[in-house]
Write a protein that binds this ligand. Structure first.
Ligand code: FAD
Ligand code: AMP
Length: 478
């Protein structure tokens, strides 16, 4: 039986990155993947590249261009007649981007010397891994180290059974063939808002039904409130406290029943997307004798270094605790590969950026104001609205604000929350500063190019200590 230094199960961003890093460090590495795409091809890249981050961003970018052409160009003095959206062509472009990136992973595996096996991987005792291919043929390998990276699956709810005709999950929603007249979405979370934005920009009337009373409940409250205002202005119909309790398909439409307090309401849609979250994917991954512990949420139980309870077995990405984000999984993959190779790697879980790729984007890193308040630490807040940013105004893209929270005594930055143009990239600047232990003053003393959107970050950092230049300060400078 062939033995490897490292066997990785799953080639999503957590698995393929860990496999590449392990091979770079001289470890004999095998990555097992079972994904077969719509064309019947074996592909790497997992949810992120095939049906997640990448195709959703491709559709968001296409639909944003359409929206700009139809809504925003006039103000710049540009008029265009007969604007049209060719949905099949839009999907064709998206599919091309996806296949470029998935074959890119295969190329990276080759150049780094990662071996691949296509089939279903399963961990047995003694770090033995079986691989069952699509013909049901099983082979076995052993490994000194196993990295489990089998990712996650959409959560299904019995009240809205996905048929991928009228009731879709996030995967089906990436392939809607024509713009639906009325589109319902269950769950106003990250994926619901992104997919809702795509189809709303193309002309659908979009209604988001969210069970919770709070919008974006885990985000900074001020930023969530501002985001909701902007999304509603864009035409998204966001109904909070709306728990879906039933669906009925009739005459090519879906009738959704939801409870809002004591009221029972009904809505009819041409399509319904179910976006109620994702769950760890552990089906047939672990033979009982493997001894690997799974927690009550179905996540593989790991410590801060992603080690499971079985020595030499690790788990990374959506399969384990923490936010289900591609970059979080990738960094866990790097950390594990480096630790297997004997390095002292670790991951700073306090500084993991989180982004909603709507327009404007909503992005955050570090603690929310509510979390800082609850911790009892004294703090200062600095904000800066994009309305006061020359660059944002020049671009006619001035909705939103930057918010920076810093410790009142040490001035160390504790969190940054932005809704606004390029919020993801701006938040990343603060994430880097936080990683280096920056104070708000440090950021304020940094020279920012003019005119840039980044200047809004600069001004928010200055405003933490009452020293913003381009808006009135709420408190006096010390
Ligand atoms: P996955 O990407 O799910 O990969 C797991 C892989 O393991 C799959 O290829 C699967 O086939 C394979 N596998 C599973 N079991 C086995 C087995 N037994 N044997 C062999 N192979 C197996 N995150 C972001 O950070 N940014 C975004 O913008 C973003 N957008 C998203 C948009 C959508 C619509 C969705 C659905 C998700 C999005 N995410 C985003 C989340 C992101 O896709 C996931 O966090 C990420 O893919 C998780 O990576 P992973 O490697 O842990 O798992
Ligand atoms: P996320 O976790 O960001 O993917 O968001 C999923 C959202 O779906 C959460 O905000 C949930 O509150 C919401 N949700 C879950 N079940 C229901 C339901 N039956 N009706 C409406 N919203 C729901």
């Amino acid at each position: 039986m062939k033995n490897y230094d490292v066997v990785v199960i799953g080639s999503g961003p957590a698995g393929y990155v860990s496999a590449i890093r392990a091979a770079q460090l001289g470890l004999k590495t095998l990555c097992i993947e079972k994904w077969v795409n719509e064309d019947g091809k074996h592909v790497n890249g997992g949810t992120c590249l095939n049906v997640g981050c990448i195709p959703s961003k491709a559709l968001l970018d296409s639909s944003h261009k359409y929206w700009e052409t139809t809504n925003d160009l006039k103000i710049h003095g540009i008029s265009i007649k007969d604007v049209d959206i060719n949905v099949p062509k839009m999907h064709e472009r998206k599919n091309k981007v996806v296949s470029q990136l998935t074959s890119g992973v295969a190329g990276l595996f080759k150049t780094n010397g990662v071996e691949t096996a296509f089939g279903h991987g399963k961990l047995h005792s003694g770090k033995k891994v079986s691989i069952t291919d699509e013909n049901g043929e099983t082979s076995e390998v052993t490994a000194d180290n196993v990295i489990l990276a089998s990712g996650s699956k959409p959560i299904e709810i019995p009240v809205a059974k996905v048929d991928n005709e009228l009731i879709l999950d996030s995967t089906g929603a990436l392939n809607i063939a024509s713009v639906p007249g009325r589109l319902g979405i269950i769950g106003a979370g990250v994926i619901g808002l992104e997919l809702g934005s795509v189809w709303s920009r193309l002309g659908s009337q979009v209604v988001l039904l969210e069970a919770l009373d709070d919008f974006l409940a885990i985000m900074d409250k001020q930023i969530a409130k501002e985001s909701k205002k902007i999304f509603v202005k864009q035409g998204l119909d966001i109904r909070l406290g709306a728990r879906v309790i039933g669906t009925e398909v009739a005459d090519d439409q879906v009738v959704v029943t939801y409870r809002n307090g004591e009221d029972i309401q009904k809505e009819t849609f041409d399509k319904l997307i179910v976006c109620v979250g994702r769950r760890p994917h552990t089906e047939n991954l672990l033979a009982p004798e493997s001894g690997v512990e799974v927690d009550e949420r179905g996540s593989v139980f790991v410590n801060e270094y992603c080690a499971t309870n079985v020595p030499g077995v690790y788990a990374v990405g959506d399969l384990v605790r923490g936010p289900m984000l591609a970059h979080k999984g990738s960094e866990e993959g790097v950390m594990v590969a480096e630790r297997i190779a004997g390095h002292k790697a670790q991951l700073n879980y306090d500084i993991v950026p989180n982004v909603i790729y709507t327009h404007p984007e909503v992005a955050s890193v570090g603690k929310t104001e509510e979390q800082v308040k609850a911790s009892g630490d004294p703090y200062n807040v600095g904000t800066f609205p994009f309305l006061a940013s020359g660059r944002a105004l020049a671009a006619n893209d001035s909705d939103g604000l930057v918010k920076i929270i810093a410790h009142a005594e040490t001035d160390r930055i504790l969190g940054c929350h932005i809704v606004g143009p390029s919020a993801a990239d701006l938040t990343q600047q603060v994430a880097i500063a936080m990683e280096f232990g920056s104070s708000a003053e440090d950021l304020g003393m940094t020279v920012f190019g003019h005119p840039t959107l980044s200047e809004a970050v600069h001004e928010a950092a200055l405003s933490v200590n009452g020293a913003a230049i381009h808006m009135p300060n709420r408190k006096k400078q010390k």
